[in-house]
Design a protein around this ligand. Sequence first.
Ligand code: ADP
Ligand code: ASP
Ligand code: MG
Length: 456
Amino acid sequence: MTIVMKFGGTSVADGEKMKTAAALVSDTAEKDDVVVVTSAMAGITDLLLDTAKNVCSMKERDIVKFVDKIKKRHLDAASIAVVKNIDKITSAIERRSAELTETLMNMMDTGLTDQFGDRVASFGEKFSSAILCGAISDLRHSDWHHGDNDLIVVDTDFINPEPDMAATKENVGKRIVPQIKKGIIPVITGYMGCTHDGQTTTLGRGSSDLISSIVGACLDAEEIQIWTDVDGILTADPKVVPDSKLIPSISFSEAGELAYFGAKVLHPKTLLPAVKNEIPVRILNTQNPSSTGTVIFREAERTPEVVKAVTSKKGVTMLDIVSTKMLAAHGFLAKVFEIFGRHGISIDMVSTTEVSVSLTIDSRVNGRMKPVMKELRQISDVRMVRDKALVCVVGDGMRMVPGTAGRIFSCLGRHGINVECISQGASEVNISSVVDERYADEAVRVLHDEFFPEAK
Ligand code: ADP
Ligand code: ASP
Ligand code: MG
């Protein structure tokens, strides 16, 4: 069996944690072929992105100081995690640090572009993969992917890159499969890819999950394991609802909705490659490996609960589009969607009445909305409201049980939370309500109490 094991930032946050991760890999490699995907050490990507943003106002000595700090954190981790190959890993860290300094120095003149930002951000995974590989090598034969950034091939859209699965599969076939055949455990850098013309890019924050699923699909793996800092997918984010409980199994469609609507435990696009190849994805806790975690597959085990989980997505902008022309007219909605589609803005939620349509978009694309608003104003009155959140109740069982929307509406109303819009997608797996962003956590808590009263 081939298993892909992905370790998130908190699972490789320091030398001890890297040792734990390496031991887990070694245990699994007892009976299965293992391919490892790693994130950067927790907090490193944030530091790199912040520095890239401010590089134009930095002096050379600030850059040297910054790189020294990054280097020290990785050398410290390596000194704990790696024994036998410490010299090799130390020199890899030194080499990477010199490359990072050079990249940042070059950026002082050119300034920040999406392309440069991605190149700097990708260093986190380059460092961590070397150390994790060193730690695994103490226990088993391992090798990190020396080409680093050119394994996963993506298109040139730096904001929303799409993987080229055929080109990536070819690379995986040429470079990863032979290593597995020789009994080597490859360690692949998460987060990054490269365009067809060889430029480094990243696949978005938290996208090492997605990389593991791309690699899993290319290898036709038996399981993709996402090792993180919680026992699995819980009925709500434990940072918001501390008594949320573990969901042992969940369907691809339910998990996809949760990931898309804010459950950070999984990058929203992770499941696409896995679904196509019907590969189960398991979420596991590095600090509590004996827990069986959550398995995500085509069919989830039926449970008496109608609702599986509650989540929220903050940073949402709502648009109210009103047109009397819409009254009994066909083609109005099609025109609205065509405008969004042409400008490459994706709509998260839609709710319509006879004369109006309310929809939500991710606030991060607000900067690209000006031409969209101009065109919408030609056919309607549009109101744009920021600082909203989508609160989502997810569960396959809602298909069979009527009345869930009513329960959500009255629960939020009873707690004085105004619902501006409610929508149930065609799949009926998710009911989303738009609320003011400042009430998002409270809304998740009261809905969790409503649907999981025993967890209180
Ligand atoms: P990693 O660094 O391993 O990629 P992340 O921080 O990206 O980890 O994701 C794990 C976090 O996801 C958890 O610490 C938890 O706070 C958050 N989270 C949000 N929603 C959920 C949920 N429904 N179930 C479990 N964790 C969740
Ligand atoms: N290191 C990247 C981030 O922090 C990618 C990842 O961890 O998945 O977003
Ligand atoms: Mg993550």
